[in-house]
Design a binder for this molecule. Structure first.
Ligand code: FE
Ligand code: FE
Ligand code: ZN
Length: 278
């Protein structure tokens, strides 16, 4: 089965996120645990959550992929910004502790001129402070396009972060097809080669989720501008190969394309019609 969904609005709670996902024909979703630009997390309504858990089971929902706010920067130059990021991260994990089968996906950070070595060591220190043995949620480093001073722009940088983390069972990776392509990887004509490289450097057992996006820009542009499926520089044929890749079966695929629900619904119908798995 193709496990697919998109980013849904969290403003009306978990049951509504599930309903939006059923409407578009999906069985997983991504959401911001709080405003994508930061701010307070909304308190979770326990009744809504309980209803959601039952409905998710009935409707064969698979692993959900929560997204940390974009502004969270574990390797900021400013210690108070780093401290804020760590507190936000911990608070989100505390909330997710009650949401079964959830990942927490985050952008590793931007080193803002400190260099990637310093950036990586700050991210590692922060994660070692954040992660705990009791935590149910696996946190996922997202592969980045390499815009500005983003850390995580290639598999080596992701691997160095994982190497420094003590609780390795609690950390994984979310690949983003737009970011890989913009970061220079050949998603268009050699996605299998990209996965081979991922396996050689990081290990495929660490790959937990996929952001499925087309890109407005050419390979290696380091831009990070998502495009609708089939309308960008990656193209439909290559993205269909991604969802059908035998090594990615069972993973949640999350669309982050510039769409409203009806647009997502069309993209999911199209992808399902071209899905060759069972
Ligand atoms: Fe992201
Ligand atoms: Fe993404
Ligand atoms: Zn992006």
């Amino acid at each position: 089965m193709l496990n697919i969904g998109c980013h849904v609005s969290s403003s009306k709670g978990y049951v509504q996120m599930l309903k939006d996902t059923l409407y578009i024909g999906g069985n997983t979703f991504a959401w911001f645990t709080r405003n994508p630009r930061g701010g307070q997390a909304k308190a979770v309504d326990p009744v809504d959550l309980e209803k959601f858990i039952a409905l998710a089971q009935e409707n064969n929902f698979t692993y959900l992929v929560a997204h940390a706010p974009y502004t969270l920067n574990l390797c900021s130059l400013d210690p108070s910004t780093r401290d804020f990021a760590i507190r936000t991260f911990k608070d989100d994990l505390r909330i997710l502790q009650n949401v079964p089968s959830s990942f927490y996906n985050f952008h590793p950070g931007s080193h803002v001129g400190q260099g990637e070595d310093k950036g990586i060591s700050l991210i590692v220190d922060a994660l070692n402070e954040i992660l705990s043995e009791e935590q149910n949620t696996i946190v996922l480093l997202e592969t980045m396009a390499g815009k500005g001073s983003e850390v995580g722009r290639n598999f080596y940088e992701i691997k160095r972060i994982i190497d420094g983390v003590k609780l390795k069972d609690h950390i994984g990776v979310c690949i983003d097809t737009c970011h890989l392509h913009d970061g220079g990887y050949n998603v268009v004509s050699d996605f299998d080669g990209v996965l081979d490289e991922f396996d050689r450097i990081i290990g495929l057992d660490k790959l937990k989720a996929v952001h499925l996006n087309d890109s407005k820009n050419v390979q290696g542009s380091h831009k990070d501008r998502h495009e609708c499926i089939g309308k960008g520089c990656i193209g439909l044929e290559a993205l269909v190969k991604v969802i059908n890749n035998p090594r990615l079966q069972g993973k949640p695929f999350i669309l982050e394309t510039p769409n409203e629900l009806d647009g997502y619904k069309e993209e999911i119908a199209l992808l399902k019609s071209l899905y060759t798995g069972k």
